[in-house]
Write a protein that binds this ligand. Sequence first.
Ligand SMILES: N[C@@H](CCC(=O)N[C@@H](CS)C(=O)NCC(=O)O)C(=O)O
Length: 270
Amino acid sequence: MTKTKLRIFSYQPNPRIFKSTITARICNIPIEVRGAKPKELKNWLWDFDAHPMSKDDLKDQKEYIQKAKAGYQGELYKTEAFLSAHPYGTVPAAFSPDGKIGVFESNSIMRAVARLDKSNSGLYGHDPYSASRIDGFLDTTLLFARESQIYLLALMADKLNEKVYYDTERALTNWLSGIESALTNNNFICSDALTLADICFCCELLLLQSEHQWIEAITEIGEKLLSSKAIEDRFPRSLNHYEKLSARTDFSPDIKDHRAKIKSGQKIYD
Ligand SMILES: N[C@@H](CCC(=O)N[C@@H](CS)C(=O)NCC(=O)O)C(=O)O
């Protein structure tokens, strides 16, 4: 049996995990993904050996109860080992195969997969300069990702307001203006070849499209879906790049069905 090189624990489906599963597919790295729908993770033990707990387990594991911090409400069961490996206590949470090293933040989990690559795929560049250029795109994407998380959590909690919407729109405009400009001279974001910057871009845009599920709330504040409004009019190269990436055979196993579901307005976590 092939030995797993990285274990990831997360709610599912999670487009931020797709960053790692796409990278693993391209580089042929065996990884393991564990998890369940967001609500179900309230009854899971958050640990290297993450697993669903029975009613009896839930009573026995009271020592692990932690107040949820971001995205979750109420209580979660996080072991000391989990919190030591994952100081922010969040998912997605990745672990080295022996469980000793925790890797957090979806971009860094994706980087870990690319660093395990021995195939010379070039996904994480070929030298310190190109790798750092990729990091620059990943860092600017994270600035947008922070806002989009606030936006999507507000939609989920039925708490969307104009401030959240316009803050996210500003962050999206700023992020895409750099991507649009980068795509003027290249077929891919960083250079003329696929890199982690493209994978991250595609998955974050897919995540933003989750907003389709709450279109009524967006219409109520007199606005449109951010993913359509911003992209179709002002960022044609970015949109075209997104379409091309989504259709690739190494992306589509993660992207295709998920995208079809959210675009049809289907609630993915019910
Ligand atoms: N930027 C992080 C976001 C991680 C994050 O905030 N995860 C939330 C769920 S959306 C979490 O695990 N919350 C645990 C809690 O509420 O205690 C990433 O992409 O990995």
